[in-house]
Design a protein around this ligand. Sequence first.
Ligand SMILES: [Zn+2]
Length: 287
Amino acid sequence: MRRPSTLALCLFALAWWPAQRVLRRAIDLRPSPRAVRDVAVTASAGCPGPVVRGRCLGAARCGVGELELDGLCVSMGTVDGASDNPLATNVHVDRFGRRVVYEHLARRPEFPSDYRRYLYPVPPHSDGTTVTSGYDLDQPDHLQRRGSSMNAVGHGGVDLPQPRGTPVRAISLRNEVGDPEVVYVGWLFGNTVVLRHVVREGASLRTYLALHGHLDAPAPGLARGATVPAGGLLGVVGDSGADGIVHLHYEVRLVRSGVDPSRIEASRLNDQSVSVPCDPRNVLPLS
Ligand SMILES: [Zn+2]
């Protein structure tokens, strides 16, 4: 067989070089579904942008409604497309001007949006008000709650107005298995009691934390490890850590799989690596 001439080899190389550059550029610019689905996005005090797989991505380069993941701008929304993992991703700018990307569980559309349709650890206020400030971590940044005296941007729970001293009682979440267990009594959102609820969802059991914050005081004798049946006393409404605004802050968080919240120190219970905020309407019983 004749060997290719030097001229033929040169012509092949000249044709191949620009062709492979175009091909590589096309592949590199195509968003990788795996990178979008599997990426774990967190925030760090030392990083001005999101942290992906431990790497600081720096300041934002993408437009409104987009997230920068591994150098790509992708539409904001559900990052993990698997049906058994409904976590969504959103972003807001914190009080220090940093862009914070976080995961959370938005309200599922099959559950009513009207807060008055649900049961809470305290009854509605005597003036008929149920919730004075709702869950907004699913909202665009500019619609999330901010206040001059508030450290956090956005609201991961609901605020329930009641007079000081009103009893706060444990409730059973929808499809709960067994009684909730106390995992923390102490200072978090002011005086706070945290319960662990196990909930059956389809074929899965999921663990949620319910934070009862700004209590005047927890119930006497309440301690980590105790189980509290529905109706059991958790404490009384107050304004601890809330600048004179007497109310119950009630927040529900989904515990990440593989994490045992009873082994986590209290200050990290609401860390994104331990649990993610959940719209409480996904798990609250209907009234
Ligand atoms: Zn609140």
